[in-house]
Structure formats: structure tokens, C-alpha cells
Write a protein that binds this ligand. Structure first.
Ligand code: F6P
Length: 359
């Protein structure tokens, strides 16, 4: 049996722990393991194909990033090709990829990625490729699995930052607005905000009213708490308004949400008279060594992916449905993205504790 591993989409702490567990589990079965570099680029002659052995993965479980590197612009069915005039066209290079899978004698692919990678995996499965998925994203927005590795590490990075912001905000009687990642989901903001005792948590799933946010700041001021911590998900937006979009996406990339924190801090300062500052935690949430929780979950996912290959569970992804790791068909996982449920106990308890969601 010869299998090939691929990591696609935004990186996440824990990827290397998945790769290590998959390589060790596969080689213990006497299988051959290849590593496709940079998403599927390695299968399109645009990057390397590595041979992965026990030695290749020695000591990488605690390392952030991915030894295979990754891309979020590598869809073989819509491959971005730059034209002489600087514009891009999208070319279907899936035929070339399928031919290379055949030529390399690859029996199965394990793709480690988020919803974008899983959507490509579904198309490859539909064309007869033996493929198994491992859900990966710091956003935790993949349905079918309670959580994805990378999420716990990102939340802890945000908590650490919010703890630091409390001391400086209180020292200056300031409002500090911190923007966190999550794309169209608010899980990072919600979990980090509650755990770090934020005063306001703004998420895409609960469109907010700016006046409600400002009234929370004023009420804290009146009660003698002259500072406020606001954590805002990058995809959050005012009711009746739109998400804030960054202008830097390249062809083949999703439009990036973000840039809300600076404007929100200014609006709060304008309306409340409270000095306000903002920051964007950005890619710090994607880096660093995975937490113990993420290393264990990633290791479990890697081992379970090899078991899924052994059982021929093509077109399925491993998933955490506590206390077990199961497999879920791509179609089920992709039917609709996972979002924060505004009636979830975390939201209810946060509200009861006095946290405002701006609505
Ligand atoms: O999907 C993971 C993620 O980190 C999102 O939370 C974020 O919006 C996006 O990727 C950033 O993408 P890039 O790494 O291309 O800037």
C-alpha cells in the first residue's frame, strides 16, 4: 500500500502531529508514505513529492506549521494561472493530477484541511480517487466534528493576549478592542472572550447594535469600572450592515474578512468619550506550538485516518464525536458550515455573567 499525505488551506498548530501519527501508523503496517508539498502543488509538478519515513517525522509533534507546507490557492479543478498582463485565469488541472497519482502508484490520499480542502477532496472522490479527510482549522467551523485541532491553541493564544490587555486597559481607563480570527464563525471570540472575562463579545452569529455596545461601556464607567475589553470576531458586523472585507485576496483565494477592530474602537471613542485602542491578533493565532489538547486530538486524527484507509472508508473524514473518533462522509460535513448557536449554554452563561453581545 502506498499512501500520500497533503496539507491544504490555512495552517493550524497540530498539523505536524497529524502527519507524524499518520506516518508512524502507516509505516508500522509496512506501507509506503509520500508527502505532497504545498497542498496539491506537488502532484501538479509545481512542488516536491517527499518520501516520508519514521525518521522524517521524528520530534515534530510539538512544532507549529506543517513540514509539507500548504497553500489556500491550490485547487486543481480551478488552478490560478497568471497571465502576461498580470491577470489570472482558472484552469482545470485535475486530469494532470489524476495521471500523476496513477504514475506514482498512489493507492490512497489522506488530505488534512478545512472546508476548502474537503470540498476538493469530495471532487477527487467523485472522480474515483481513494481519499480520506482530516478536518483542520483554527476556526472550528467544520460540521460533523465537535472540534478541530488548532482551535484550542488559537483560543489559548487569544486568552493570553486578553489577559495582558486587561492590565493596560485598567491602568489607562481605556476601552481596548481586540480582533480575532474565525472567518464567518465566532468560536474563537466566544471561547476566548468568556475564558478571559471580556466585557463585550461580538460574533458574526449575533449581529450587533453599536449603541448597545457603547451603553455597556458607559454602564461600566458609571459603576466605577472605567475600562472595558471588547473582543470582536473578524467576521462580526452591525445589524443591517455588512462584514468588513480586506482588499488583499489573490485570485483563487476566498475574500478575507477583517479590519473591523480599528473602526469599532474609533466609533466607541466618538460615542462614549472613552479613550479607545485596538489591535488585530492576526496570524499569531495560526502559529506556535500546539497545546497538549491539540497534540492529542491531532495524533488521534492521524491514527484514525490510517485506520479509515485500511477500512476503505473513501470519501469520509475522521471526526471527534466524544468520546470517540468516528468517520463522517464529506457531503455530510460540507452540507452546512458549523456556526455558534446563539442559544448555546456558553452564550447564555456569558450573558448571565454580564457579558454583552451587542444585542
Ligand atoms: O481559516 C483560517 C483562517 O486563519 C481564518 O480564521 C482567517 O480569516 C484566514 O484563515 C486568514 O487567511 P490567510 O492566512 O490567507 O490570511
Amino acid at each position: 500500500m502506498r499512501i500520500a499525505l497533503s496539507t491544504g488551506g490555512g495552517d493550524a498548530p497540530g498539523l505536524n502531529a497529524v502527519i507524524r501519527a499518520a506516518v508512524l501508523s502507516a509505516t508500522s503496517r509496512g506501507w509506503d508514505v509520500l508527502g505532497i508539498c504545498r497542498g496539491y502543488y506537488g502532484l501538479l509538478g509545481e512542488d516536491q513529492i517527499l518520501s516520508l519515513t519514521r525518521n522524517s517525522v521524528r520530534g515534530i509533534a510539538h512544532l507549529g506549521g506543517t513540514i509539507l507546507r500548504t497553500t489556500n490557492r491550490g485547487n486543481p479543478f480551478a488552478f490560478p494561472v497568471r497571465q502576461d498582463d498580470g491577470s489570472y485565469i482558472e484552469v482545470d488541472r485535475s486530469g494532470e493530477m489524476l495521471a500523476n497519482i496513477e504514475r506514482l502508484g498512489i493507492d490512497a490520499i489522506v488530505t488534512i484541511g478545512g472546508d476548502g480542502s474537503l470540498r476538493i477532496a469530495q471532487q477527487l472522490h467523485d472522480r474515483g480517487v481513494h481519499i480520506v479527510g482530516v478536518p483542520k482549522t483554527i476556526d472550528n467551523d467544520v460540521s460533523g466534528t465537535i472540534t478541530t485541532f488548532g482551535f484550542d491553541t488559537a483560543v489559548n493564544t487569544a486568552i493570553e493576549a486578553l489577559d495582558k490587555l486587561h492590565t493596560t486597559a485598567e491602568s489607562h481607563d481605556r476601552v481596548i478592542v481586540m480582533e480575532v480570527m474565525g472567518r464567518h464563525a465566532g468560536f474563537i471570540a466566544l471561547h476566548a472572550g468568556v475564558a478571559a472575562s471580556a466585557d463585550v463579545i461580538l460574533i458574526p452569529e449575533i449581529p450587533f447594535d453599536l449603541e448597545v455596545v457603547c451603553e455597556k461601556v458607559r454602564a461600566r464607567d458609571r459603576s466605577g469600572r472605567h475600562f472595558s475589553i471588547v473582543v470582536v470576531a473578524e467576521g462580526a458586523f452591525q445589524s443591517g450592515g455588512e462584514q468588513s472585507l480586506m482588499g488583499d485576496s489573490l485570485p483563487g483565494q476566498d475574500k478575507r474578512v477583517g479590519g473591523i477592530a480599528g473602526r469599532l474602537a474609533w466609533q466607541i471613542q466618538e460615542r462614549t468619550g472613552k479613550e479607545s485602542r485596538s489591535l488585530v491578533l492576526g496570524h499569531l493565532q495560526r502559529g506556535g506550538s500546539p497545546t497538549g489538547y491539540d497534540r492529542l486530538l491531532a495524533t488521534r486524527f492521524g491514527g484514525a485516518a490510517i485506520e479509515a484507509v485500511e477500512q476503505g472508508k473513501w470519501g469520509e473524514m475522521v471526526a471527534l464525536q466524544s468520546p470517540h473518533i468516528v468517520t463522517v462522509p464529506f457531503a455530510e460535513a460540507l452540507r452546512e458550515p458549523k456556526r455558534v448557536d446563539p442559544s448555546h449554554d456558553i452564550v447564555r452563561t456569558a450573558r448571565a455573567a454580564g457579558i454583552s453581545f451587542g444585542a
